[in-house]
Ligand binder design. Structure first.
Ligand SMILES: Cc1ncc(C[n+]2csc(CCOP(=O)(O)OP(=O)(O)O)c2C)c(N)n1
Ligand SMILES: [Mg+2]
Length: 333
C-alpha cells in the first residue's frame, strides 16, 4: 500500500483493520479459526499512521500481533482470512496461521512469533539498502515487552553504529501478555533508546495524525541518510492478549481503565476530526464503512470457499529442498 496524506484514506485503512479483527474474533468464537489470534483492536492508528508514511518499496517486519501491520502495508484481507482459516489460498498455503504471514513483494518481511525477532531482520534489510545506495527504509514493529529482549537492544546498537535507515516502531500498550510495564520495565522507553544514540520520541499512538507526522519526519530523515530513529507509540489493546485463549489471559486492568482506553478510540477520534475539518467524500462515513463491509465479507467468503490442504501434504513447503550455492559466487574469503 502506498504513501497517503489523506485522512479519509487513513480512516478507510483503520476501519479495514478494525473490521478484519472483529470478524476474525467471530470466526474464533465459531471455531472456524484454530490457533492463536492476537487482536490488534485499539492500536490501529499505529500501523496505519506509520505505513502511510512508507513507500511501497519500503519494508516492515511484524510481530505475533501482526494483522494490522500487514493490512496497513497492503496485505490482502482475502488471502489473510484464508490463512487464518487454514486454506490452500492463504499467504502460507494455510500451514502458517496468524503469526507467519509474509509477502515479500509488498515489503512485508513477516509476522513473527518470536518477540523482538523482527528487529535484526529489519537491520539486515536496511543494511542491504545502504550497501546498494537505495533510499528505502525498514521499519520493525515491536511491543513494550520486546524492549527487554537482548536482540532488540543489539539491533539498536547495530543500527546506530552502521547508521542504518531503520525506524524502530515501539507499540507501547502497557502490557506483555498479563504483565504490566510498571512491574517489568526499568526506566523510560524513549530514554533507553536514546542511551544507544537513537533520536527518540514518544508519541500519542491513539492519534493517527500524530503517528503519521512523527513517522514521516523520521522516514524522511532516514531516506536522506540521516540514520535510524526510535518512536514510542503509546497505545492500548482493548482485548486480552490472545483471544483464542479467552479470559485465561486477562490482565489486571479494571473495566474502568478499559473504558477509558475505548474513550480515546483512534477511529472515532479521526472520524470526528474529518467531520470538523475538510469533511467526508460523497456518501460520507457510511459509504466508506459499507465499502469495507463488502470487502471483509467478500474476503471471508473467499476463504470459506477455498480448499483446505490435503492431510498428506501437511509438511509440504516446511523445509527448503534446494539450497543456494555457498559460498555464493563472487564471495571473497
Ligand atoms: C522470545 C520470546 N519470548 C517469549 C515469548 C512469549 N510471548 C509471546 S507474546 C509475549 C508478550 C509480548 O508483549 P509485547 O512485546 O508488549 O507485545 P504485545 O503482545 O503487547 O503486542 C510473550 C512474552 C515469545 N513469543 N518469544
Ligand atoms: Mg505490549
Amino acid at each position: 500500500m502506498s504513501e497517503s496524506r489523506d485522512p479519509v484514506e487513513w480512516y478507510r485503512r483503520m476501519r479495514r483493520l478494525r473490521r478484519f479483527e472483529m470478524r476474525a474474533a467471530e470466526l474464533v468464537g465459531d471455531g472456524e479459526i484454530n490457533g492463536p489470534v492476537h487482536e490488534y483492536i485499539g492500536e490501529e492508528a499505529v500501523a496505519v499512521g506509520v505505513c502511510a508514511a512508507l513507500r511501497a518499496d519500503d519494508v516492515i517486519t511484524s510481530t505475533h500481533r501482526g494483522h494490522g501491520h500487514i493490512l496497513a502495508k497492503g496485505g490482502a484481507p482475502d488471502r489473510m482470512f484464508a490463512e487464518l482459516l487454514g486454506r490452500e489460498s492463504g499467504y502460507n498455503r494455510g500451514r502458517g496461521g496468524s503469526m507467519h504471514i509474509a509477502d515479500f513483494d509488498l515489503g512485508i518481511y513477516g509476522a513473527n512469533g518470536i518477540v523482538g525477532a523482527g528487529a535484526p531482520m529489519a537491520c539486515g534489510a536496511a543494511f542491504t539498502f545502504k550497501v546498494r545506495g537505495e533510499d528505502r527504509v525498514a521499519v520493525p514493529f515491536f511491543g513494550d515487552g520486546a524492549m527487554n529482549q537482548g536482540v532488540l537492544l543489539e539491533s539498536f546498537n547495530l543500527a546506530v553504529i552502521l547508521h542504518l535507515p531503520v525506524i524502530f516502531a515501539c507499540e507501547n500498550n502497557g502490557y506483555a501478555i498479563t504483565s504490566s510495564i510498571r512491574e517489568m520495565l526499568g526506566g523510560d522507553l524513549a530514554r533507553r533508546a536514546e542511551g544507544f544514540g537513537l533520536p527518540a520520541q514518544s508519541v500519542d499512538g491513539m492519534d493517527v495524525c500524530a503517528v503519521h507526522a512523527a513517522s514521516a519526519a523520521a522516514v524522511e530523515r532516514a531516506r536522506a541518510g540521516g540514520g535510524p530513529a526510535f518512536l514510542e507509540f503509546r497505545t492500548a489493546r482493548y482485548s486480552v492478549h490472545n483471544i483464542a485463549t479467552g479470559g485465561r489471559m486477562r490482565d489486571n486492568r479494571s473495566e474502568e481503565t478499559l473504558a477509558q482506553a475505548r474513550e480515546r478510540d483512534p477511529i472515532e477520534r479521526l472520524a470526528g476530526e474529518i467531520t470538523r475539518g475538510a469533511g467526508w467524500e460523497p456518501g460520507g462515513r457510511d459509504a466508506v464503512d459499507d465499502e469495507i463491509e463488502r470487502e471483509i465479507e467478500g474476503a471471508v467468503g473467499f476463504a470459506r470457499n477455498s480448499p483446505r490442504p490435503r492431510a498428506e501434504t501437511a509438511l509440504d513447503y516446511m523445509y527448503a529442498d534446494t539450497y543456494p550455492d555457498f559460498p555464493a559466487p563472487g564471495w571473497e574469503h
